[in-house]
Design a protein. Structure first.
Length: 291
């Protein structure tokens, strides 16, 4: 018997044409459907991150039952900078979440705001060149692209943006996880496609241990990004655990790798753990494909 789990995220940043932008994350799996939103003021799209003007969470469907569906404001996030240190504030604001999904969704929205900021800066006429040393300090050696002087210079002259024409939709990212399980073996494919990138990570596990790992980078801002593909081999031999999300992501970080591949490794571990939790709670056979 083969059991399957599919998970989907759609993250987008919309210019609302009223001086505000909304970063929205929509999530789907066999048991849950939810959406988070973060609102920021375009004129506040500063280098150190815009200030959150509002945030919401809407639960349309959950394994906890219909009585737990709702929409509410997360007022405790108002005034928080959507940049460094935001993760701690998000975890505090979502401490009552029994699904374990809200914080990750909100943080995906924060990442999307960073991806869209060049377009907002252009529209707002924001001159970020005086802040270039600060930006370079944040990005230097964070991935293979920013491990070279040419990569850092691309922050000032982002040629990969020249082919873009943006209206209300400033940035969009689709992320997915397809998991199949049979006896003690699992096959996991995680991938993303967004306005600048497209890549996948494929894993095979036997008795919760990674026996095979491969990556494919289809689209990236610079040629050097494609040299990060072999880093996927670092995951071979790693075992699934409660801490695996951070551990697997750590293996794919660094100046010779890609932060987006690290995110996929994190998601692979998170999805496997999510699968086992739902399996333990007897949810798998109710809503998952069994063939």
């Amino acid at each position: 018997m083969v059991e399957s789990l599919n998970r989907f995220w759609q993250v987008s940043v919309h210019d609302q044409k009223n001086g505000m932008s909304e970063s929205r994350t929509h999530y789907l799996d066999p048991w849950c459907e939810m959406m988070t939103s973060i609102f920021i003021r375009n004129s506040d799209y500063k280098v150190a991150g815009p200030t959150i003007e509002g945030a919401t969470i809407e639960v349309m469907r959950t394994f906890l039952g219909k009585e737990n569906n709702f929409k509410k404001n997360l007022d405790s996030l108002i005034g928080t900078s959507a940049y460094k240190g935001v993760a701690k504030r998000v975890l505090q604001a979502t401490a009552g979440d029994d699904t374990g999904l809200w914080a990750g969704m909100l943080l995906e929205g924060v990442k999307a705001l960073r991806q869209s900021r060049m377009f907002v800066w252009e529209r707002e006429g924001f001159d970020f060149t005086p802040y270039l040393p600060l930006i370079e300090n944040d990005f230097r050696d964070s991935c293979i692209r920013f491990s070279t002087p040419e990569g850092l210079q691309s922050l000032l002259n982002p040629t990969h943006l020249l082919e873009h024409t943006r209206g209300d939709l400033l940035f969009s990212r689709y992320r997915y996880c397809f998991l199949q399980s049979q006896n003690l073996r699992q096959w996991v494919t995680v991938g993303l496609a967004d306005s600048f990138h497209e890549m996948t990570l494929n894993l095979e596990l036997i008795d919760t241990k990674i026996t095979s790992s491969s990556t494919k980078i289809i689209r990236a801002p610079q040629e050097i990004c494609f040299e990060a593909k072999p880093k996927g081999n670092n995951l071979i031999g790693k075992k699934l655990s409660a801490a695996a999300a951070n551990e697997w992501a750590r293996e794919l970080r660094g100046s010779d790798s890609c932060t987006h591949l690290a995110d996929l490794a994190r998601e692979a571990a998170s999805s496997l753990n999510y699968w086992y939790i739902q399996k333990k709670n007897n949810s798998v056979h109710r809503n998952c494909l069994v063939s």
